[in-house]
Design a protein around this ligand. Structure first.
Ligand SMILES: Cc1cc2nc3c(=O)[nH]c(=O)nc-3n(C[C@H](O)[C@H](O)[C@H](O)COP(=O)(O)OP(=O)(O)OC[C@H]3O[C@@H](n4cnc5c(N)ncnc54)[C@H](O)[C@@H]3O)c2cc1C
Length: 379
């Protein structure tokens, strides 16, 4: 395997770096978990999109540059190294868009993707329900047939950014008597401001409304907003879940940049031997994750799929992220705990890593059963 970048890839990196140098806001934007921050991040998305940097891997007709996954990884490294703002459109870009590329119609792609790329329409993921998280197939929200479409009823929860987002995508039970729980589900897109939708924000540990509960009472959705065949929602959703855990949700760029910031913090503090070892572990971990991801990307470009290996990624980056932030807080001492720094916000967020995108207990089961061939655990 060749670990060097080609001249073309290097040229792409230089172009991205130059653009980011010229455009990343000098003063960080307000937290995107506030109304003001959400609006500011939409403006940033529009700026990225104007020069085709918001969705580099998408085809040009939808606002992208049509680059392959290696260039996408390169872009992400530059993006995080530049300290650029968090991506308010990430649920749509990372989860819904790949689903539409695989299962959507041309009309859906043409209608949904361009305003997603510019941040004009921000999407929320509405999968989880109060009694259906890890066991997603036990969901009970319903889609009932009506003239020209469907009526959605039920409750969704933990929907990130839904407090300020525009639209959502999720799974609904469209056949009440299907023989198995994951049969008879339909994947639909719906408007968060449609009649019958109530969005109730949920505060995070720091009080900011990073999530929302959604209450749906006979919300009308036209047929054109069904993704894939009615009743086949599980199959459609599983391709999204693979993307989420695998390559796209947490690119190594984020951790390389964080490890770099940690190293600078350690240098500035001139700290102890013990901290030095933890900082070294963080730097090595980021690099290891980067190499593992490039290896996966190469397999992907050779026509292989990522498959259950994506669960290894998910367990690794989520535990790594917590360790990295704990080291930073140790270095900062009381200041880290008491002030509203990037490190303290990052730490609070890292705690959720082993839960979202499928809990690590579930990922470990997948690794044990599907990769190591161990017997099924007791459920
Ligand atoms: C920061 C954050 C953002 C999120 N964003 C979204 C979002 O945008 N949209 C959305 O739809 N959802 C979102 N979620 C919800 C998330 O997907 C669920 O929290 C997750 O799937 C776990 O489901 P649960 O909370 O119902 O926990 P449960 O499924 O009730 O699990 C509770 C505990 O039991 C363990 N457990 C359950 N079943 C098994 C088993 N069979 N074997 C071993 N252990 C098991 C779990 O691993 C966990 O530790 C988000 C969550 C967080 C924390």
């Amino acid at each position: 395997m060749d670990l060097d970048f080609t001249p073309d890839q290097e040229a792409f990196r230089a172009e991205a770096r130059a653009w980011l140098d010229a455009h990343v806001p000098a003063v960080p934007l307000p937290s995107l978990e506030t109304a003001e921050g959400f609006a500011a991040h939409r403006v940033w998305e529009a700026q990225l999109a104007a020069d085709r940097w918001s969705v580099v891997s998408w085809p040009e007709e939808y606002g992208g540059r049509g680059v392959d996954i290696v260039r996408w990884l390169v872009f992400e490294e530059e993006y995080y190294a530049a300290g650029a703002p968090g991506r308010v459109g990430q649920n749509g870009i990372n989860l819904l868009a790949p689903t539409l590329f695989d299962h959507g119609t041309h009309e859906q792609r043409a209608r949904v993707l361009p305003p997603m790329a510019t941040g004009e329409v921000v999407w929320a993921q509405a999968w989880s329900e109060p009694e259906a998280g890890s066991d997603l197939a036990s969901l009970t929200s319903r889609a009932v047939r009506t003239g020209g479409g469907w009526l959605l009823s039920g409750q969704k929860t933990w929907s990130s950014r839904a407090a300020f987002a525009d639209r959502a995508f999720g799974l609904f039970r469209s056949e009440q008597n299907a023989p198995k729980p994951h049969q008879g589900l339909t994947y639909l897109m719906f408007d968060l401001r449609a009649p019958g939708v109530t969005v109730r924000p949920i505060g995070r540990l720091d009080g900011r409304p990073a999530f929302a509960e959604l209450f749906l009472d006979e919300v009308f959705v036209p047929d054109e907003d069904v993704i894939g065949e009615p009743g086949q929602g599980w199959r459609v959703a599983m391709s999204t879940a693979g993307n989420e855990r695998g390559l796209t949700l947490r690119s190594p760029g984020r951790f390389l940049a964080a490890a770099d910031r940690l190293l600078n913090l350690w240098r500035a503090q001139g700290s102890s031997q013990a901290a030095r070892d933890q900082v070294a572990d963080a730097v090595i971990g980021a690099r290891a994750y980067q190499l593992f991801t490039y290896a996966n990307a190469s397999r992907f470009l050779d026509g292989e799929s990522i498959g259950p290996e994506s669960s290894i990624n998910k367990v690794f980056w989520s535990e790594y992220d917590i360790a990295l932030h704990e080291t930073a807080l140790e270095l900062l001492g009381e200041e880290g705990e008491l002030t509203d720094t990037d490190w303290s916000e990052g730490y609070v967020f890292s705690l959720a890593g082993p839960i979202y995108a499928g809990t690590n207990e579930i990922q470990r089961d997948i690794i044990a059963e599907r990769l190591l061939g161990l017997p099924k655990g007791r459920r």
